[in-house]
Design a protein around this ligand. Structure first.
Ligand code: PLP
Length: 395
């Protein structure tokens, strides 16, 4: 039907070159495995950049989507659709009883949260500044690259929207100093995923919480990466004992199907009345059915338990490798989210692993990120880590 050469040539001539791509044309997925156009099989240790919480094409999810495809793919938000209502109720029950706005991606969910924060600030004395953190990542729209505390994502897109102020993650003094009379919200990842899997001390999270109470600030947690089981609980804020006002979700929420969400505590739900925010596709039947299928499987297959067990094993193995190879300088993360700082070039390690059929994610020159499927088996994870260890030892 097609060859790798033909497809890569089409990309070269017809697709905007915004991504650095690997050479493979991926055509099929099954659980934690991906297959390229030459039918080479890969163990995928970061399916879908963290979206593939059930790996690729989980049979139950595929069946639910196939059924939905025959009933109704899309209906816009001037109508009700059953699946959006069911999903919102399910999310409320699993979280803080909040109200949800559905979008199609993490960036869009965060845009919604930024707009909500502006409305909150307007209502409470004309405040508009949102504090975010250096090394954070919140998406690629104009507002979310501005929220993202990494100049490399902002360069060349100036002028950036006003009203974003940066503090150092984990440094409470820096955060406190960033608050002004104009501050209306703090937007934070519990673990900075893309920025290096950076974590803060437990006290930092409670200090942030207290600051929000003292200054009447909205606490917005960007759980696009940490949400929906990644940390071993449905939401990272449960793992970290934080009590946010707003939580944004995407990635694992759809198990690979595009969906984003912003959950808002009931007392703030009046801030976005009819006409203030919208998305043509947001909360469509197919996307919501995908997400409901993810939640069904998480329950039926005790996925949170698996995250805790395999997460502990992942850390145990990496810690052992740190001792045996002397080439690991730091290990961070929780559940099935790990950042591993390595002495050798991370990109070279990634390529060597791929040659051996294992896909790992290099984020930065010396950091590897593991975001395996939340239903990965011990055997699969052990094999992937064996290959990583071999490559690290040789590299
Ligand atoms: C914490 C966080 N927020 C937002 C985003 C953006 O999500 P999307 O690419 O779906 O817009 C990402 C993506 O990596 C993320 O990790």
């Amino acid at each position: 039907m097609f060859t790798t050469e033909q497809i890569t040539d089409y990309y070269k001539h017809y697709v905007l070159p915004t991504y650095g791509r690997e050479g493979q044309v991926m055509v099929r997925g099954e659980g934690s495995y991906l297959f390229d156009a030459e039918n080479k099989k890969y163990l995928d240790l970061y399916p879908g950049w963290g979206t593939g919480c059930l790996g690729h094409c989980h049979p139950y999810m595929a069946a639910q989507l196939a059924d939905q495809l025959k009933q109704l793919i899309h209906v816009p938000n001037n109508y009700y659709n059953p699946w959006q209502g069911l999903l919102a109720k399910r999310l409320a029950e699993l979280s803080f009883g909040g109200f949800t706005f559905f979008a199609n991606s993490g960036a869009e969910a965060n845009e919604g949260a930024i707009k909500l924060a502006r409305r909150f600030g307007n209502e409470t004395g004309g405040r508009y500044e949102i504090i975010t953190f250096l090394k954070s990542f919140h998406g690629r729209t104009l507002a979310t690259i501005t929220a993202t505390g990494q100049p490399k994502y902002q360069k060349g897109f100036e002028p950036l929207p006003a009203g974003f102020v940066y503090a150092t993650f984990g440094d409470f003094e820096s955060l406190k100093n960033a608050v002004t009379g104009k501050t209306c919200a703090i937007m934070m990842e519990l673990i900075q995923g893309e920025g290096g899997v950076n974590m803060a001390d437990k006290t930092f999270y409670s200090q942030v919480q207290q600051l929000c109470t003292d200054k009447n600030l909205l606490l917005i947690l960007d759980e696009v990466q940490t949400g929906m089981g990644r940390t071993g609980d449905y939401f990272g804020y449960q793992t970290f004992s934080v009590d946010p006002h707003v939580v944004t979700l995407a990635k694992s929420l759809g198990g690979g199907f595009p969906i984003g969400a912003m959950m808002v505590k009931p007392e703030y739900s009046h801030l976005l009345p009819a006409g203030t925010h919208a998305s043509t596709y947001g909360g469509n039947p197919l996307a919501c059915r995908a997400s409901l299928a993810v939640l069904d499987v998480m329950e039926k297959e005790s996925i949170l338990e698996n995250v805790k067990t395999q997460g502990a094993y992942l850390r145990e193995r990496i810690t052992a490798m740190q001792k045996s190879t002397g080439k690991i300088t730091d290990i961070r993360g929780i559940g099935l989210m790990a950042g591993v700082d390595v002495a050798p070039d991370a990109g070279a390690l990634k390529l060597a692993c791929r040659e051996k059929g294992v896909l790992i994610n290099a984020i930065g020159e010396h950091t590897i990120r593991f975001l395996p499927a939340l239903n990965i088996t011990r055997q699969e994870l052990a094999y992937g880590l064996d290959v990583f260890e071999q490559v690290l030892t040789e590299g």
